[in-house]
Design a protein around this ligand. Structure first.
Ligand SMILES: [Zn+2]
Length: 147
C-alpha cells in the first residue's frame, strides 16, 4: 500500500489507521497534515476524497484555498474554479443559503466560477463527480481561449 499523496509505502497498521479515520490511504505525515486541515477549516471528508480523486485524474487542485475573504474547499486556480462541498441540505439555514449565493456572486465578479457539489454526490458517485468536474474544467479552458 502506498500513500495517495506522496507515494510512500505504508505498513498495514498505518493503512488501517488512515483508512478508518479518513477513508483514504495516507502515510503518517500526510494523515497528520490532512487532519490539521480538517480541524482548522472543518473541511468535510468528502472534500478530501474529491481532492485526491481530482489529483489522480491529473488536475492540480488546492485544498482549503484562501481567496482573500474565505477558505474555498477546493480550488483549481488554472481555470479559476472554486468547488464548495455542500453538507447536509436539511441543516442549511436561510441566512447560510443567501450568504452562499452572495459569496458566489463576489467570486464571479472576480472571474471565479463557483460550483457547489452535494456531499452525497461525492460519497456515492465519486467517479461521475470527477468526470463532470473535468468537463467543467475543459469548458472553462475553452472560454478562457475564446476571450
Ligand atoms: Zn504521504
Amino acid at each position: 500500500m502506498t500513500c495517495k499523496d506522496c507515494g510512500k509505502t505504508i505498513g498495514p497498521q498505518q493503512y488501517k489507521a488512515s483508512k478508518d479515520s479518513l477513508g483514504i490511504t495516507l502515510c503518517e505525515r500526510h494523515s497528520k497534515l490532512i487532519k490539521r486541515v480538517i480541524l482548522d477549516n472543518s473541511t468535510p471528508l468528502e472534500a478530501i476524497h474529491l481532492f485526491y480523486a481530482l489529483k489522480e485524474a491529473g488536475v492540480h487542485p488546492m485544498l482549503e484555498w484562501w481567496d482573500g475573504k474565505k477558505s474555498v474547499d477546493i480550488a483549481i486556480s488554472r481555470v479559476k474554479l472554486n468547488i464548495e462541498i455542500d453538507k447536509d441540505y436539511n441543516m442549511i439555514t436561510h441566512e447560510q443559503a443567501i450568504n452562499d449565493l452572495e459569496d458566489a456572486m463576489h467570486s464571479f465578479k472576480n472571474g471565479f466560477t463557483t460550483v457547489r457539489i452535494p456531499h452525497l454526490a461525492i460519497k456515492y458517485y465519486l467517479d461521475e463527480t470527477v468526470e463532470n468536474i473535468l468537463g467543467i474544467i475543459s469548458g472553462l479552458k475553452a472560454n478562457i481561449k475564446a476571450i
